[in-house]
Design a protein around this ligand. Structure first.
Ligand SMILES: Cc1cc2nc3c(=O)[nH]c(=O)nc-3n(C[C@H](O)[C@H](O)[C@H](O)COP(=O)(O)OP(=O)(O)OC[C@H]3O[C@@H](n4cnc5c(N)ncnc54)[C@H](O)[C@@H]3O)c2cc1C
Length: 367
């Protein structure tokens, strides 16, 4: 039985796992190929308040921008979902990673940066350590241990600008199959006067940079860009859909976060689902090391807790991907007529559509 844990990848999933394992006094080392974690920034970090609290992330320790809702554009029409209170915070990914890294180090975890782990090094590490692949979409651990591929992925392109953006509390989303096939475009305010403009496209629809150029020509986006100063830009990938399997008790290997495909298919948000994967994994690893329990318990618990929400996210994405801008605009019209925009502003949940449904029915019965 192994007594230590080697985590490959110091993204949010790997770091949250290391922090929790140290609470159980387990010996843990996290390896990352990057010298500067989360840098260059290629992803936003918009996290729901309930998600932040479940993961024990204190957003007050770093600059965080309060978000109260979203404005959705399609075919020249707009629907706004606005809450009276904060729904989420956006943060800088590098600062977020550094904050959790500091908490890991304070708790006694070893963090080795600037070190890429290859298949040979995994063989060495697996001599005395449970191996955790927290190494993202292109996981070396998944390849080495024969886990299947993620079901689907989205190609993204994002650019960061220094700019003023309205009241800074609203994210803008652009749905148009001709511009962002299989996903959507966005403008999202971040802390410290930074605004992100980004786009995602489904597989088989060309490259994301070309899609970004189409987005930049949309009227609302080009108006914003006219007075914005470019700071950084680049492409990335979001896995959409779980791997067929993400734990192997015999090999004493598990995958968490993007490496496992623990991402919301609707928005590509993966920190909350991946972070919760890390918390569930920490308990399973603790029981495995101390009591010899089966590591695959982690996968069973994760699937039990999130399968309805994963299915609902996938179904919502399928719906909006199949509609052209005109039909999305009609759907928004219907939603406004039945006051769904107001309902979502009051009772919406970014992470768990199953909770929105539950609140919708409970409210219906309560009337
Ligand atoms: C444009 C964009 C916007 C997004 N917006 C949001 C959002 O607003 N909210 C949200 O919740 N999620 C968002 N996401 C998704 C989110 O970024 C991911 O779900 C999250 O980063 C997954 O964390 P992770 O730790 O599992 O993997 P990653 O963040 O990918 O971290 C993996 C780490 O492993 C390291 N690594 C990889 N291979 C090796 C190796 N062989 N050896 C050593 N190190 C290695 C990498 O350097 C990296 O640091 C967005 C993604 C994109 C692309």
């Amino acid at each position: 039985m192994k007594s230590r844990v080697a985590i490959i990848g110091a993204g949010m999933s790997g770091l949250l796992l290391a922090r929790k394992l140290r609470k159980s006094k387990i010996d843990v080392t996290v390896y990352d190929q990057k010298h500067k974690l989360g840098h260059p920034v290629r992803a936003s970090s918009i996290l729901s308040i309930s998600g932040l609290s479940a993961l024990g992330i204190d957003h007050t320790k770093i600059p965080a921008n309060e978000l109260r809702g979203a404005r959705i554009y399609a075919d020249g029409k707009m629907m706004e979902i606005r809450s009276k209170k904060a729904m989420a915070y956006s943060m800088d990914r590098h600062e977020l990673n550094e904050m959790i890294k500091g908490e890991c180090v304070d708790a006694g975890a070893s963090i080795v940066t600037g070190k890429r782990i290859d298949a040979d090094r995994l063989d060495e590490l697996s001599g005395d350590s449970v191996i955790v692949g927290a190494d993202g979409f292109n996981s070396t651990v998944a390849r080495k241990y024969g886990f299947g591929a993620c079901a689907q992925h989205v190609l993204t392109y994002r650019a960061e600008y220094a700019a003023d953006f309205e009241d800074g509390k609203i994210v803008e989303l652009f749905f148009d199959k001709a511009v962002a096939p299989g996903f959507f475009g966005w403008i999202a305010p971040e802390p410290k006067g930074v605004v992100e403009v980004g786009i995602g496209i489904g597989q088989g629809h060309g490259n994301s940079k070309a899609a970004y150029e189409r987005l930049a020509k949309m009227q609302r986006v080009s108006e914003f860009l006219a007075s914005a100063r470019l700071r950084d830009h680049g492409a990335s990938v979001i896995p959409i859909g779980l791997r067929e399997k993400f734990s192997d008790n015999k090999k004493e290997v598990i995958l968490i976060g993007d490496a496992a495909g623990q991402v919301k298919a609707t928005t590509g948000g993966g920190i909350i689902f991946g972070g919760n994967g890390a918390l569930i994994a920490a308990d399973a690893i603790d029981r495995h090391i101390k009591l010899g329990a089966n590591l695959e318990e982690y996968e069973r618990l994760w699937r039990n807790r999130y399968w309805i929400d994963m299915k609902m996210h996938a179904a919502i994405r399928k719906l909006y991907s199949g509609l052209d801008a005109r039909h999305i605009a009609s759907l928004m019209g219907i939603m406004k007529t039945v006051k769904m925009d107001k309902f979502l502003g009051e009772y919406g949940d970014m992470d768990r559509p199953s909770l929105i449904l539950k609140r919708f029915f409970l409210r219906g019965f309560a009337r």
